[in-house]
Design a protein around this ligand. Structure first.
Ligand code: PGA
Length: 253
């Protein structure tokens, strides 16, 4: 298909991966052939412990790396936290912020997610801001309203197409094998683009990459990636297998 926006396929390894798993990144790099490189951007977001080594292993491959979260603070007495500048220093280009697992397990509100996105931008990282409704919210017919509210609360002011990526990840689709219908994804992504238009201006919104995430795998990637306003994928489980991750990337090409 012809795309006006260069797609991005980002792998979110979550809390998976020891040094042995650097082999996955190496395998992805090996399979990132010129015809794919010409059409699709790739990023790998390993656990923080592997970020520096993954970034180093991927130098010269044009595969970016990213963190999975960052602190709202720049530095100081915040035990266990990692600043955006530290992620950048470890070679990252992106930071996933507001993933539903962070929102749910760590009580991250839209306001906190916005601060994290701003902290990322300050460190010259591109935040991948995650939004998405729960099963109950979808069943109550509130999915669009919830996601619009998340966008209004968590998208940093003044963001541009070069400094922001949005990932729509329905909470009920993450790690469950369930996915929304292409029609539902189309409706949501169109609504996201329209809301961003109100927040950032139409011409900026037109260029922001909108990723779909939640149980993306080789068998459903083509269907999901060919939906209008879907500019790539945020991939969890399937990103831990180089072959599957590459197959998903190919579905975007
Ligand atoms: P999944 O996770 O692909 O395993 O559903 C996606 C995500 O949480 O980013």
């Amino acid at each position: 298909m012809t795309r006006s926006i260069r797609p991005l396929v980002a792998g979110n390894w979550k809390m998976n991966g020891l040094r042995a798993e650097l082999a996955i990144a190496a395998e992805v790099a090996k399979g990132y052939a010129p015809e794919l490189k010409n059409k699709v951007d790739l990023a790998i977001c390993p656990p923080a412990s592997l970020l520096f080594m993954t970034s180093a292993a991927l130098i010269g491959t044009r595969i970016a790396t990213g963190g999975q979260d960052c602190s709202i603070q720049e530095a100081g007495a915040f035990t266990g936290e990692i600043s955006a500048a530290m992620l950048a220093d470890a070679g990252a280009s992106y930071a996933i912020v507001g993933h539903s697992e962070r929102r749910t397990l760590h009580g991250e509100t839209n306001a906190i997610v916005k601060e994290k996105a701003q902290a990322s931008q300050k460190a010259l990282l591109v935040p991948i801001v995650c939004v998405g409704e729960t099963k109950d919210e979808r069943e109550a017919g509130r999915a669009l309203a919830i996601v619009r509210k998340q966008l209004r609360g968590s998208v940093p002011d003044g963001a541009t197409a070069a400094t922001l990526v949005i990932a729509y990840e329905p909470v009920w689709a993450i790690g469950t094998g369930l996915t929304p219908t292409p029609q539902d994804v189309a409706e949501m992504h169109e609504a996201i683009r329209a809301e961003l238009g109100k927040l950032l201006g139409k011409s900026v919104a037109a260029g922001v990459r909108l990723l779909y995430g939640g149980s993306v795998k080789p068998s459903n990637a083509a269907e999901l990636m060919n939906v209008a306003h879907v500019d790539g994928a945020l991939v969890g489980g399937a990103s831990l297998k180089a072959e599957d991750f590459l197959a998903i990337a190919k579905a975007c090409a």
